[in-house]
Design a protein around this ligand. Structure first.
Ligand SMILES: Cc1cc2nc3c(=O)[nH]c(=O)nc-3n(C[C@H](O)[C@H](O)[C@H](O)COP(=O)(O)OP(=O)(O)OC[C@H]3O[C@@H](n4cnc5c(N)ncnc54)[C@H](O)[C@@H]3O)c2cc1C
Length: 303
C-alpha cells in the first residue's frame, strides 16, 4: 500500500495515523497482523475526509469498533483501519428517556449512564463488550433483548459523504444483521429510547446478567463471543457439543470446554488456527447433523 500514508496526511493529523499497527492489540481474540495504516479520526470532519480519500483513491478501508466480533488475519490488512474510538460521547436526557451516544461509546458505559439516571431497558447490553456502532451493525442482543427494541434512530454517513438520520424501521435490523454494511454506511451516533425505572432493580438485573455470563462463558480467555450464528431452530453450542467437539483444539485455538458456542484463543493461537478450527467445526457439525453453521464473527485481511 505504497503512498497511502502520504495521502492520508492530507486528510488527517499525522498524530492520528499509525503505520503497521498490530491488530492483535485491537481485537478481543488478541490475534491479527498489521494494518497498513491505522487512523483514529478526532472528529466528524476528519473522519469524512479520511473516508472520502479512501474512496477516491480506491484504498480498502475498515471501520473498527471495539474489535469484539472480529477475526483479523495473521498477515494483517493491506488498507486503512479507521477506529471510532474518539466518537465516545454519551448524553442522557432523564426527562425524555433518550440517550444520545457516539458510535465509539462502549455499551458498558451507556448502560452505566442509563443506570445512574434510573433509566431501564439497556441492562441486557451492559456485558456485551462492543461499541454502540458495532452493536447497531450487528443488532447485538442478549438474554432475550436486542438493540432493535431500544434504538430510536441512527445517524450515519453515506458513501456520498452525507449525514443521514435513519429511523429504526429503516435499519432492516434482523438476527445479527442490519442495512449498515450492505449500504456502506458509517454509524456516527445513535439515540436510544429507555423508560423510567428503579435504580435498585436496574443494578440487580445488571449484576444478575454479569453473574450468568461469568458462570456460563469462558471470559478468562480471549474470544469474540458466540463464534457462529444461531441456526433457525437450533443452538450452535449444542450442535457443536453433539458433534463431539467440546474442547476440540487446533493449534492454540479451542472450542471452549465451558461453552461450545465459543471458540477461544487458548494458548497463543494464530488467526489461521482460529479460522481452520472454525472450518473444521462447520464440516463436522454438518456431517453430524446436516446443519450448516455460519460465522457470526467478521473476518478481515490476509490469513
Ligand atoms: C466475551 C464476549 C461476549 C459477547 N457477547 C455478546 C452478546 O451477548 N451478544 C451479542 O450480540 N454479541 C456479543 N459479543 C460480540 C460483540 O461484542 C458484538 O457483536 C458487538 O456488537 C461488536 O461491537 P464492536 O464495537 O466490538 O464491533 P467490531 O467487532 O469492531 O465490528 C463489528 C462489525 O461492525 C462494523 N462496525 C463497527 N463500528 C461501526 C461503525 N461505527 N459504523 C459502521 N460499521 C461499524 C465493523 O466494520 C464490523 O463489520 C460478545 C463478544 C465477546 C468477546
Amino acid at each position: 500500500m505504497t503512498g497511502i500514508y502520504e495521502k492520508l496526511l492530507g486528510a488527517a493529523d499525522k498524530d492520528h495515523i499509525k503505520i503497521g499497527e498490530e491488530m492483535r492489540k485491537h481485537t478481543s481474540f488478541r490475534v491479527g497482523g498489521p494494518a497498513a495504516c491505522f487512523v483514529t479520526p478526532a472528529d466528524g470532519k476528519e473522519l469524512a475526509a479520511v473516508l472520502a480519500l479512501c474512496r477516491r483513491e480506491e484504498v480498502p478501508f475498515f471501520i473498527l469498533g471495539n474489535g469484539s466480533n472480529l477475526l483479523v488475519g495473521d498477515d494483517g490488512f493491506d488498507g486503512v483501519v479507521i477506529s471510532m474510538e474518539c466518537f465516545s460521547s454519551c448524553q442522557v436526557d432523564k426527562e425524555t428517556g433518550i440517550v444520545k451516544a457516539g458510535a465509539g461509546a462502549s455499551l458498558a458505559r451507556i448502560a452505566q449512564e442509563a443506570y445512574k439516571a434510573s433509566l431501564t431497558g439497556f441492562e441486557f447490553a451492559a456485558g456485551i463488550p462492543g461499541t454502540l456502532g458495532g452493536a447497531v451493525v450487528m443488532n447485538a442482543g442478549a438474554y432475550g433483548s436486542e438493540m432493535k427494541e431500544v434504538l430510536k434512530s441512527v445517524k450515519v454517513l453515506t458513501p456520498q459523504g452525507e449525514e443521514k438520520e435513519l429511523s429504526v424501521s429503516e435499519l432492516s435490523l434482523g438476527y445479527r444483521t442490519s442495512c449498515i454494511i450492505p449500504n456502506q454506511y458509517v454509524v456516527l451516533e445513535a439515540k436510544i429510547r429507555l423508560r423510567d425505572g428503579d435504580e435498585i432493580s436496574i443494578k440487580s438485573r445488571m449484576d444478575e446478567l454479569a453473574r450468568r455470563r461469568k458462570e456460563k462463558q469462558p471470559l478468562e480467555y480471549p474470544s469474540a463471543g458466540s463464534t457462529f450464528k444461531r441456526p433457525e431452530g437450533y443452538f450452535a453450542g449444542k450442535l457443536i457439543e453433539d458433534a463431539g467437539l467440546r474442547g476440540f483444539s487446533l493449534g492454540g485455538a479451542q472450542v471452549s470446554e465451558k461453552h461450545c458456542g465459543f471458540v477461544i484463543n487458548k494458548e497463543n493461537a494464530t488467526a489461521a488456527d482460529i479460522r481452520n478450527l472454525c472450518e473444521e467445526v462447520k464440516k463436522r457439525v454438518f456431517k453430524n447433523s446436516g446443519v450448516a453453521l455460519e460465522m457470526e464473527v467478521k473476518k478481515l485481511g490476509r490469513f
